[in-house]
Design a binder for this molecule. Sequence first.
Ligand SMILES: [Zn+2]
Length: 418
Amino acid sequence: MNEENAPLSRFRFQRMLETLEKKEGRGTELITVYIPPGKQVSEVMSDLRSEWGTAGNIKSKTTKKNVQDALTKVMERLKLFRKIPENGLVLFAGAVASDQLGVGDMETYVVIPPEPISIYYYRCEHRFMLEPLWELLRTEDTYGILVMDSKDATFALLKGQRADIVREITSGVPGKHRAGGQSSRRFERLREMQLNEYFTRIGKYTTEIFLDVPYLKGVIVGGPGPTKEDFVKGKYLHYELKDKVLTVVDTGYTGIEGVKEVVDRSRDFLRNVRFYEERRVVQEFLRHIGHDTGLAVYGEREVIRALQSVNIRVLILSEGVRRVLVALKCRECSSTETQIVDLDDLESFEQSLKDKRCTKCGTGFYDVEKREDLIEALVGMAEEADAEIEMISSQTEEGEMLKSFGGIAGILRYRQFQ
Ligand SMILES: [Zn+2]
């Protein structure tokens, strides 16, 4: 993802999809348009105009009006783009059903995908079509695998749990022992030349196979013996791929067996590469707890207090936190307070306000002034306080441990005096 803090933008993208997923139309009247990069705006406009015409055949008067209004909204938004962005564009519009009886609100959303999309389509359904965007989030990192010795080389792509063999080549280089009658120097020179030619071929295939793979996170080189090291050290690899060589592992075999060995031996390694940064941060936090340095803080209220006194250096947030910061205001005395509630309990919490009197004046009832996702609220405060923000997944042991601290923690700049 493009933004500096990739885990944070990923988290925000996921939350946005969750919000859109909940929207429903009364009828089949929510519009989704996916536009890939490179498409002409004028061409999309003309397709949408023709959909607008087709919508004229819809029998229900309200649905017809809603669909045509939504299409108009989409076209208005699209007009603001002179060119489709390089990752493409997704537009959503429609009359979203609300709890109140009567007309729904016409809502419009413009989404620029975090990775390029390749589909072009228009849908009018009961809900927004989000599957292709969810798919982007599920995209798993890909790794290139090269297993080689002086006899043969195998190229594979590892995606998630799956390794696909893409190509196998043989070297044609003779073994180290010359046949009788040949001069040993001549034999060595010849072998050297053939090896060089073989390495050059491998280099060419790695470029062909690995260089343009989207989301290629790295290359792992394996094989028995020292040949693979000679290859990696030489100048046979494209410089971009050379930078991506993560590790070189010894295997007993080449070919498919060798690829399997590389995959088995790299599992833990790859996991650690991917989650290295988040594990490091949680470990640092735990170290402060363990050594009682006074620099660790956890719990939502404590963290908010530390953020407000500009004393947090690193804000650590678990992706699993689903809480809402609710700002309340008394109708009588205008005093304010905040409450933090689980997203799932928000509705019942707001119901319960009907029976709750202001804690200050004791007579007034509360109005909800503002609801904000707790994580977004904390991120906003952290940006104000110039703190680093670390989003932590639940996919590591450290991530699980953070949950036992409520999923919200921080490392302080200096010790707080109580
Ligand atoms: Zn009051």
